[in-house]
Design a protein around this ligand. Structure first.
Ligand SMILES: [Zn+2]
Ligand SMILES: [Zn+2]
Length: 246
């Protein structure tokens, strides 16, 4: 059986030398535009079960509340959010590639996947404008791109919504939020974002797009500054979200 798989893999390399690799397991992809192979398709943890009514992250099916502990604790400035997959060891590999591996095309493709899987999502019909979570200048220069922008671009190209990366600017370089405590996260973000061209967001309903939702501190901070500049309502979409944050 194992031998068969090795032969198959070698054949695929010969037959599809230019095809990208599966973003989860690195096997050669048969279909160029796929994100992952058919084997990994079964492994992805799509959030089909219970979600938090506010931030949309997956919650244990036996819980009694419809709101996650994170949303219960915090004052949320966004109205609602939605993500495709829980942030587990498989989706983490994909996120790592777009965050640190230079996989720009993959980030755009993920935007398309996001579009395809949110076509009937109610709150999207209210959205006037899409804003990606900005990256600071240092990170942008290091990486050469902002992965949240590329996801948003892939999404907006299909959904035909205006995409604006000139509204929320990240003024200061902050530490990566992953791995910080809740208190550190909040301190880390204080004064990090400013709003430009604020006339354009007056009364508008805005959709923030990002790669990962951890505690939602970043998206909440951006939502707060947007509302302070007279935006009407804030929603968000992310590719993955951490389950059961407390
Ligand atoms: Zn795979
Ligand atoms: Zn929540």
């Amino acid at each position: 059986m194992r031998e068969n798989n090795v032969i198959k893999e070698v054949m695929n390399k010969i037959l599809f030398p230019r095809n990208p690799k599966c973003s989860v397991c690195n096997r050669i992809l048969i279909h160029k535009d796929d994100i992952y192979c058919s084997k990994c398709d079964d492994k992805m943890e799509w959030i089909h079960s219970r979600r938090c009514d506010i931030c949309g992250r997956a919650m244990d099916s036996d819980g009694y509340s419809n709101i996650c502990e994170n949303c219960e604790k915090d004052e949320n400035y966004f109205t609602a959010g939605y993500s495709l997959w829980s942030y587990d060891k498989y989706s983490k590999r994909i996120i790592k590639k777009i965050k640190y591996g230079g996989y720009e095309r993959l980030a755009m493709n993920l935007g398309e996947v996001l579009y395809k899987n949110t076509i009937n999502l109610d709150f999207l019909s209210e959205v006037d404008m899409v804003i990606p979570t900005p990256s600071d200048k240092i990170r942008f220069i290091k990486r050469g791109y902002n992965q949240a922008y590329l996801i948003a671009k892939g999404f907006c190209d299909k959904r035909t919504l205006p995409l604006r990366e000139d509204i929320v600017i990240k003024e200061i370089a902050t530490k990566d939020q992953i791995g910080l405590s809740e208190k550190e996260r909040k301190a880390n973000l204080k004064g990090a974002f400013s709003v430009k061209n604020d006339n354009d967001i007056k009364g508008k309903t805005i959709l923030i797009v990002d790669d990962v939702l951890t505690t939602s501190a970043t998206i909440n901070e951006i939502s707060k500054v947007l509302l302070e500049h007279n935006a009407n309502k804030i929603y968000f979409l992310t590719i993955t979200s951490k389950k059961n944050i407390n």
